[in-house]
Design a protein around this ligand. Structure first.
Ligand code: URA
Length: 248
């Protein structure tokens, strides 16, 4: 099989796994004019099992799908974080990116600007992407968080807040369907893998979310706080593995 065909099959397989994991047992198809003219009954379009965490099938491009997700999120008041936020920080970058970074939640700068990772940790993340990986943050990546509103005092998001926001994160990932996901820190990794991740043991290892390879690495804020050669080297090594996977 040619490399291109193998890549197509891999992407198709990942998408089917994603659909299965999100409750779909059939694939909706468009009804052709020929079928309609023969007056055959149209194929039934399966209904999602629940309204949360389902990938939207109706749009075409990742950008359209993402904007549907943003529209559905609306001026969200699904959890108590909405009470103290200034701005919903949905995500930024290229909807067609092959690489998605998932962080924890907006801080003060992000809340102010409405964009993820624009504060100190964000500058470190940009440096990792642009200097370390030699990618362009805006063109080559998409960046989002588990929760879209700032937790007060930058505390960890609480389970009910993660529960309210996670469906939108999953829909974002379903819209983009990247080749690789990087979970930044324990909360992001634990949320995506659905279990408590031991970051010191599991960083630098590959996992899977909906058939998509998922790398766990340190959150840039942790890296800034514990700015040791060892930690910097660890993140560097993790990103090298990500680049190998992206270039496969
Ligand atoms: N930390 C995060 O996890 N996300 C941001 O957007 C900013 C800081």
């Amino acid at each position: 099989m040619s490399g291109e065909r193998a890549e197509l099959f891999r992407e198709l397989r990942n998408y089917l796994i994603f659909l299965r994991d999100n409750g779909y047992s059939e694939i909706p198809v468009q009804v052709s004019p020929e079928i309609m003219s023969k007056k055959l009954p149209p194929p039934s379009v399966p209904q999602p099992q629940s309204t949360s965490a389902q990938p939207e099938i109706s749009g075409t491009s990742p950008a359209q799908l993402l904007s549907q997700v943003r529209e559905e999120l609306g001026d969200c008041t699904r959890c108590k974080l909405s009470q103290g936020r200034k701005t919903i920080v949905f995500g930024s970058g290229n909807p067609d990116a092959r690489l998605v970074f998932v962080g924890e939640g907006p801080g003060a700068d992000e809340d102010e600007q409405g964009l993820p990772f624009v504060g100190r940790a964000g500058k470190k993340l940009t440096e990792i992407i642009e200097k370390g990986m030699e990618l362009n943050r805006q063109n080559d990546t998409y960046i989002c968080n588990i929760v879209k509103c700032r937790p007060p005092g930058n505390r960890d998001p609480e389970p009910d807040e993660v529960g309210a926001c996670k469906p939108f994160l999953l829909k974002q990932l379903g819209a983009i369907r990247p080749k690789v996901i990087v979970a930044l820190g324990k909360p992001a990794a634990s949320t995506l893998l659905g279990r408590t991740v031991k970051i010191t043991q599991e960083r630098g290892t590959w996992h899977e979310y909906a058939g998509i390879p998922l790398m766990i690495t340190f959150h840039p804020a942790y890296l800034l706080r514990f700015y040791t050669i060892e930690n910097r080297k660890a993140v560097h090594e993790d990103m090298k593995k990500v680049l190998v996977e992206l270039n496969k």
